[in-house]
Design a protein around this ligand. Sequence first.
Ligand SMILES: [Ca+2]
Ligand SMILES: [Ca+2]
Ligand SMILES: [Ca+2]
Length: 137
Amino acid sequence: MKNTGLRRTLSTAVALGALGAGALATAAPASAANKDGYLDYHEFSLTYYATQMGSWTDFLYDEALLSNDTFITPGDGQGKIVDNNAESYFNRDNVTWYVYTSSYAGGIEGWIPAEHLGNFSTNFKNQVSSIYDNDAN
Ligand SMILES: [Ca+2]
Ligand SMILES: [Ca+2]
Ligand SMILES: [Ca+2]
């Protein structure tokens, strides 16, 4: 399932690349910014407490290591390491995001459907160590 999605989005990435750097630069001001404290469209957030309470961080790209990321928004947990510390999630992307209990997509795999938020189940609560979407970035 994951590989099928990856192949599909890889071909999309090639098509976008053909637009060239100029088109990408023009689009930049309106685009999402990684880890800026705003949960933009196409981003995925991890939150310190359940039900989106406390500090959180917004991710635009895959993170093979959450051990070098901290919760950035004001609130409980701000400044703490994201790795093994998140209790809830918000997928504001239009694709599925995958979460893993070990770094580099290791351990148990879970998936969060597009436009979906919630609390991590027992297997993932305070266990998530890496996150991936399917856009090859
Ligand atoms: Ca952002
Ligand atoms: Ca990281
Ligand atoms: Ca873990």
